[in-house]
Write a protein that binds this ligand. Structure first.
Ligand code: FES
Ligand code: FES
Length: 162
C-alpha cells in the first residue's frame, strides 16, 4: 500500500507499506526520521510521540495507513518553531538543554513533542498541567524534576517574548 501524508510541513509518500506497519516504522525506516524513538512499541513509554493533525499520539500504535492524507509533526519539525529561526532550536528544545533535562536522551524527543503541544494549548501551564501533559512519557534518568523545570522555563521565556 502507498501512504501519502505530510510530515513536518512537507508532502511525503511511502511505498510498499505492509498492512499493520506502524507510523513509527515508516518515519524511522522509510523516511529517514529517527528522532522519534522506539523503546517499548506498546504505547507505554511515549518515546515515539508525534503529533497527528496536531494531537500527540504514540506513533508505535498508529498504523501507517491511518496517517493517509494527514499531517504529522515529529521532533525533527520542532526546530524553527515558536519564533525560532529556521534550523534553530525551538524555545522548548532550548529550555530542555538549559535546564539540564536531557541525560541519555532517549525519552527526550517524545517529551519535547508533548511539551510543545502543551505550551501551544496552555502557554502558562500550572505544574498540574505539565504533569498531566507529560504523564504518558517515561524517563528513567532524570527523576522528572528537571523536565518540569524545563517546561516552566520554556513557558516563562514564551511569556517574556510575548
Ligand atoms: S515506543 Fe511507542 S510508546 Fe513506547
Ligand atoms: S533522559 Fe534517559 S530516559 Fe529520560
Amino acid at each position: 500500500m502507498r501512504v501519502n501524508f505530510t510530515v513536518n510541513g512537507r508532502p511525503q509518500e511511502a511505498d510498499d507499506v505492509w498492512e499493520g506497519e506502524s507510523l513509527l516504522y515508516v518515519l524511522r525506516e522509510r523516511l529517514g526520521l529517527p528522532g522519534s524513538k522506539n523503546a517499548c512499541e506498546q504505547g507505554e513509554c511515549g518515546s515515539c510521540t508525534v503529533r497527528l493533525d496536531g494531537v500527540p499520539v504514540c506513533a508505535c500504535l498508529v498504523a501507517a495507513g491511518q496517517a493517509e492524507g494527514r499531517e504529522v509533526v515529529t521532533v525533527e519539525g520542532l526546530a524553527g518553531r515558536s519564533g525560532a529561526a529556521e534550523g534553530e532550536l525551538s524555545v522548548v528544545q532550548r529550555a530542555f538543554v538549559d535546564a539540564g533535562a536531557v541525560q541519555c536522551g532517549f525519552c527526550t524527543p517524545g517529551l519535547l513533542v508533548a511539551a510543545d503541544d502543551l505550551l501551544e494549548r496552555v502557554p502558562q501551564p500550572s505544574d498540574a498541567d505539565i504533569r498531566e501533559a507529560l504523564s504518558g512519557n517515561l524517563c528513567r534518568c532524570t527523576g522528572y524534576e528537571k523536565i518540569l523545570d524545563a517546561v516552566r522555563l520554556a513557558a516563562a521565556r514564551t511569556g517574556e517574548a510575548g
